[in-house]
Design a protein around this ligand. Structure first.
Ligand SMILES: Nc1ccn([C@@H]2O[C@H](COP(=O)(O)OP(=O)(O)OP(=O)(O)O)[C@@H](O)[C@H]2O)c(=O)n1
Ligand SMILES: C[C@](O)(CO)[C@H](O)COP(=O)(O)O
Length: 220
């Protein structure tokens, strides 16, 4: 992001990226608690927790990890060990860098995923023609069949006990898990794909911040 601070603390339409991300969950009646995984001694998070976020008792902090999957496991451990949350409780894992999640998409996931023992995730079908590059080059090797290909988004939803066991097992075996569904897949499960809105983008490049500004300004 070429920025002077981690991207989740960059300003976006009147507050920080992470405050927008949290909004959707802080205001949802079905969300009884939120655990945010942050690096130890993160001064930006400490400042938010001491000011704008200090009015939310349902907000908790767990230690961040080296990779995304380590942070997620730490947050799940915190739910079990510190908050004593029951294993059959439904959890949603969401990227701090996705500040444009809509209430409509969150409700759709909660509704369609409610009876899914294998979990459910927001995703969008691939629309463009997909090219496979020759290894290590920018030259096309072939065109891939896009039928049945989806972009994985977040939130990703599963029961706490199931996800924690699957994630811990995958990490122990050195399996690359870039999202929660990967861990569930590794456990032999087939989570449900719930079609979401492409506006739920992940802030990765400066242009994404401009898009997020547009989406959040256009949506009341
Ligand atoms: N050690 C890490 C890395 C990432 N994340 C979470 O995973 C989300 C998605 O990761 P991404 O934004 O892709 O992470 P980066 O490593 O910052 O990648 P990028 O190069 O895309 O900016 C982040 O928003 C953050 O919520 C985390 O909790 N712990
Ligand atoms: C979880 C995720 O946002 C789904 O698209 C993505 O996998 C995060 O991966 P990254 O490797 O941390 O960018």
């Amino acid at each position: 992001m070429q920025a002077d601070r981690p991207k989740q603390y960059l300003p976006l339409v009147g507050k920080t990226v992470i405050e927008h991300t949290l909004d959707c969950f802080l205001t949802h009646p079905a969300v009884t608690g939120i655990v945010v995984a942050v690096s130890e001694g993160d001064p930006f998070w400490a400042e938010l927790m001491a000011t704008t976020l200090n009015q939310y008792p349902q907000l908790h902090t767990a230690p961040g990890g080296r990779e995304r999957s380590d942070s997620v496991l730490n947050a799940l451990d915190y739910l079990v060990n510190t908050l004593q949350v029951a294993p059959d409780t439904v959890v949603l894992v969401h990227d701090a860098a996705r500040p444009c999640l809509s209430r409509t998409d969150l409700d759709k996931l909660l509704t369609l995923g409610a009876n899914e023992a294998a979990g459910a995730i927001l995703a969008i079908p691939v629309r463009d023609t997909m090219k496979r590059a020759q290894t290590g080059t920018t030259r096309i090797s072939r065109t891939e069949d896009r039928n049945g290909l989806w972009h994985a988004l977040t939130p990703q939803m599963a029961s706490l006990g199931l996800l924690r066991t699957a994630l811990a097992d995958a990490l122990e075996k050195g399996v690359a898990v870039t999202d929660e569904a990967s861990a569930l897949e590794h456990a032999g499960l087939n989570p449900l794909l719930v079609e979401g809105d492409a506006r739920n983008l992940k802030i990765t490049r400066p242009a994404d911040l401009a898009l997020a500004t547009f989406f959040l300004s256009a949506t009341p």
